[in-house]
Design a protein around this ligand. Structure first.
Ligand code: ZN
Length: 175
């Protein structure tokens, strides 16, 4: 789940808790600062919190020092939580320079293979269909926990995939 935390994230955490599912949250620095208790709860409940930068820029267009600042500023705001190891580059935009800076910080970039386009369709059933159609063993499904339609899609996605025999782990466990 990218771009959060946000007002909908507690509802998502309730769903995940009820279904015994652990997820990975790629958070934006200012949102971590606004909802520190939500991040703390996510960590406490076994989810992994990763870094989705501070300003959500296209990292591949930035100088190395700017990329470094994007990473460290968001890492530093996560007081009380373990410093993130996983990075989700905004828009999936990376190049050798970006990867080098991420590596220098002891971090790992994580993209996705199933894009629900939930930020665009803002429709729970379309997001659900896209998640279910694209998934395979080892998949990473991209969603955004700042949209109510995305959070509302999660119970159906989890129920259906569980029926198909899938189980859910954090990206850290998957890697
Ligand atoms: Zn994003």
């Amino acid at each position: 789940f990218d771009d959060g935390p946000g007002p909908q994230t507690p509802q998502l955490l309730d769903t995940l808790k009820a279904k015994g599912v652990r997820a990975t949250f790629f958070t934006i620095g200012p949102h971590v600062r606004s909802y520190p208790h939500v991040v703390a709860r996510a960590v406490q409940e076994g989810h992994v919190v990763g870094n989705h930068t501070w300003n959500h820029p296209v990292l591949s267009k930035l100088a190395p020092q700017q990329v470094a600042n994007e990473l460290t500023s968001t890492n530093n705001v996560a007081a009380g939580a373990p410093s993130p190891i996983l990075v989700r580059p905004p828009y999936g935009a990376k190049n050798p320079s970006v990867m080098s800076v991420i590596g220098q910080h002891g971090m790992v970039a994580v993209i996705w293979d199933v894009d629900t386009e939930d930020w665009k369709n803002r429709n729970s059933s379309i997001s659900t269909q896209r998640a279910l159609a694209g998934v395979k063993r080892g998949s990473i499904i991209l969603m955004h926990d700042i949209h109510p339609t995305s959070v509302n899609a999660v119970p159906c996605i989890l129920n259906t995939l569980k029926q198909q025999g899938y189980r859910f782990v954090t990206v850290q466990t998957l890697l």
